[in-house]
Design a protein around this ligand. Sequence first.
Ligand SMILES: O=P(O)(O)OC[C@H]1O[C@@H](O)[C@H](O)[C@@H](O)[C@@H]1O
Length: 304
Amino acid sequence: MNHSGAGSDNNVEGVEITKDRNGIGLVILRNHRGASARVSLHGGQVLSWKKERGQELLFISSKAIFNRLKPLRGGIAICFPQFGNNGSLEHHGFAKSKMWVIDQDPPPFPSDSNENAYIDLLFKPSEDDLKMWPHRFELRLRVSLVGDGYLTMISRIRNVNSKPFSFSFAYHTYFSVSDISEVRVEGLETLDYLDNLCNKERFTEQGDALTFESEVDRVYVDCSSGVAVLDHERKRTIVIRKEGLADVVVWNPWEKKSKSIVDLGDEEYKQMVCVDGAAIEKPITLKPGKEWTGHLELSVVPST
Ligand SMILES: O=P(O)(O)OC[C@H]1O[C@@H](O)[C@H](O)[C@@H](O)[C@@H]1O
């Protein structure tokens, strides 16, 4: 198996580094079971994840617009150092709209295995970024396709400044679903959530699963268990496990809001749901020289 920065093995398995149709660096990870993932150097965004050939698990809008200032509508975007509009920076922070670079010589991780195809991307602030947010940091994102076709993402943020700083973080993940009305999200029962549709007012989840019949935009706080996205029609369940990320965001724009989003088709809200592993309610504070790690693992299993 080839790892980060290595050439492709006849495109059968390993890591291929190429360019997308806009000339932006693109990394394709493949494993011996036919699983694959595509990662853009624009924002470190994951654009595609297939556990087996042909079965796309992430949603990308058919109306997605390439724009160097924003990620494509869909996939997995990195929200850092701000989530949403909770601060003075652009919506979901600036890391998602900057160019990242490949680390050709990544350090060993405890989770390394010969079965993994992985890439390490780095993002460091430019002088212009420092004018917006005056904190020097290094953000390392490792995206791995592990043996069974699972996708893992490990972000390490190091404070290389002489002052502490605080930030929020999210893996803003658009899953592809058959029909949002058939989807259940489990693992959030009894948790408190902040409802973005009610001025972030705090409520407690009463149901045994979250289902969708109108717009949902919530931050579930202190979620220590795994979260599952059940797609009844496709007979599959995506399981989200996380470490270092206390919160879970659930978002679906539903019919009315979709019509106001130019890069989302009017009916496409039916084919997507965002479920993000995140650290939002209690921002992370990093002292000089310290590092934070946020780990997300996505797996998919058949279900009824
Ligand atoms: O348009 P984006 O950047 O994908 O964000 C969409 C939504 O993402 C959700 O995570 C937020 O809670 C919403 O408030 C936001 O509107």
